[in-house]
Design a protein around this ligand. Structure first.
Ligand SMILES: NC(=O)c1ccc[n+]([C@@H]2O[C@H](COP(=O)([O-])OP(=O)(O)OC[C@H]3O[C@@H](n4cnc5c(N)ncnc54)[C@H](OP(=O)(O)O)[C@@H]3O)[C@@H](O)[C@H]2O)c1
Length: 258
């Protein structure tokens, strides 16, 4: 990409609220028509109506659970039926949970894996055939700032390790697809003010620790509008006050022997 985006088509998953809705707005502000997906019909249709009116673009809402292969296939087929082809995929739908690992239900582990890793990889596999034929396209993967922490944040290790896997997959894909004229970018947002983080007690008590979605919108706008021969591989957008990304050894910590 990096050429004219107006009139092209972006598919955005998890776009009924939060970061996905903000990124769908960014794509619409660039003149792109949208196919937006999420599980819950009411909010998805409301978002579609709102964005179509606000940006004067066409917006197709498709109810889609990214954990289900048949829903992903239907999302791609619906997008192609309405707009012929998909130029940009913004892979964003995600869920989160916090548990000490020994207490984490097996069903929760599976839900995270199917949503935050497999959902992304499968959808990319379904869209790239046409992008390769077209020698054009852009894929944005919503990773997480938690991947920058080592060790991974306590109580967040399943979520974060799946995002580490996604980031590694995305980086590998960047090299494979650049030969076909397709761009692949990972976004690593810090803790952002959405429903997903609304329940993090230690953070939401101090709202200055939450970013707005604006910085992520700016990062994605950058990724989609750089010149055609350039691709930002990874963009981290971290709130200066996110506790997890503080130095592992606090500045004031004394050596235990002293
Ligand atoms: N917020 C943060 O601090 C933060 C930081 C780093 C990375 N992220 C990542 O950013 C992405 C978006 O997070 P957010 O904070 O915007 O979350 P959010 O406010 O909870 O919104 C999640 C969106 O994804 C949809 N969704 C959830 N599960 C789905 C599924 N199985 N299939 C299809 N759609 C699904 C939701 O709609 P339905 O429930 O109706 O399906 C909703 O539209 C996630 O990948 C998350 O890991 C967030």
């Amino acid at each position: 990409m990096g050429l004219e985006l107006k009139g092209r088509t972006a598919v955005v998953t998890g776009a009924s609220r939060g970061i996905g809705k903000a990124l769908a707005s960014t794509a619409a502000a660039l003149g792109m028509n949208l196919v937006i997906g999420a599980r819950t019909k009411g909010p998805l249709e409301e978002t579609a109506k709102e964005l179509a009116e606000r940006f004067n673009v066409r917006v197709l809402p498709v109810v889609c659970d990214v954990t289900k292969l048949s829903d992903l296939e239907n999302l791609v087929a619906s997008a192609k039926k309405e707009f012929t082809k998909i130029d940009v995929l913004i892979n964003n739908a995600g869920v989160s949970s916090q548990y000490p690992f020994q207490d984490q239900p097996l069903e929760d582990i599976e839900r995270l894996a199917y949503t935050n890793y497999l959902g992304y990889v499968r959808l990319i596999r379904l869209v790239i055939g046409d992008m390769i034929k077209d020698k054009s396209g852009a894929i944005i993967n919503m990773v997480s700032g938690s991947t920058l922490c080592d060790p991974l944040p306590r109580n967040f290790i399943v979520y974060s390790s799946l995002k580490v896997g996604l980031k590694a997959f995305s980086k590998g894909l960047f090299w494979e697809l650049r030969d076909h004229g397709i761009k692949v970018t990972s976004i690593m947002p810090g803790v952002t003010d959405t429903d997903l983080t609304g329940k993090l007690k230690e953070i939401s008590n101090d709202t200055s620790r939450l970013m707005s979605t604006q910085a992520i919108e700016d990062a994605v706008r950058f990724a989609l509008t750089v010149p055609a021969n350039v691709c930002p591989l990874e963009i981290s957008v971290i709130n200066q006050r996110t506790p997890w990304t503080a130095p592992v050894i606090p500045f004031k910590q004394q050596h235990p022997g002293k």
